[in-house]
Design a protein around this ligand. Structure first.
Ligand code: 5GP
Length: 194
């Protein structure tokens, strides 16, 4: 199978990476398809099984780990497992498309180390942790306790930013969207500049 490119977007929850990924998916010239992750959490709001995530039980998830079906997986939050299935990357590459990921920093770095030539790993940096908290509260899809859990993790995640290929500052969304588009376009056309 001809390998396409792997475009990873990682960032603390609330940094705006999902908005950036959606914007890129809408740009037909980039030939991207979203990597649907397996996840053990409950569906939120409008989320659809098989579109946003493959929602599954912890038992099913553990069976996939045993079968070595994952490219990478993480217990992102306690009892909440997320992972990229090998079959997902193969499905997208088989269509001749490039894969775009919205995954946590550890998973993003793992993809980069497994596929160093094919991967562009992008870290999306929020203006501040206070701003992250404000955005998560505004989204109000989670309890105060879950928001605090995400904020605690954000500090650790921010420290990994230098390990990524590029850091996009999401201080002004329009600027970030434009920068993301240019970066991905260049990478798809030219690959990594060594
Ligand atoms: P959420 O619950 O907000 O949808 O996602 C929580 C975190 O898990 C986010 O940082 C999201 O990017 C990350 N995540 C989603 N899918 C995967 C995956 O397949 N692998 C890893 N490592 N993290 C993921």
């Amino acid at each position: 199978m001809k390998k396409g490119k792997l475009i990873v977007f990682s960032a603390p929850s609330g940094s705006g990476k999902t908005t950036i990924v959606r914007h890129l998916l809408a740009q037909a010239d980039l030939n991207l398809e979203f990597s649907i992750s397996a996840a053990t959490r409950e569906a939120r709001g409008e989320e659809v099984n098989g579109k946003d995530y493959y929602f599954m039980s912890l038992d099913q998830f553990k069976q996939h780990i045993k079968n070595e079906d994952f490219v990478e997986w993480e217990e992102v939050y306690r009892d909440n497992f997320y992972g990229t299935l090998k079959s997902e990357v193969e499905r997208i590459w088989a269509k001749g498309k490039n894969v775009i990921f919205d995954i946590d920093v550890a998973g993003g770095l793992r993809i980069k180390s497994k596929f160093p030539e094919e991967t562009l790993a992008v870290f999306v940096k929020p203006p501040s942790v206070d701003e992250l908290k404000r955005r998560l509260k505004e989204r109000s899809t989670e309890s105060e306790e879950k928001i605090n859990m995400r904020i605690a993790k954000a500090h650790v995640e921010l420290a990994t930013a230098p390990q990524f290929d590029v850091i996009i500052k999401n201080y002004d969304l329009e600027v970030a969207l434009d920068e993301a588009y240019q970066l991905v376009k260049n990478f798809i056309n030219e690959g990594k500049s060594h």
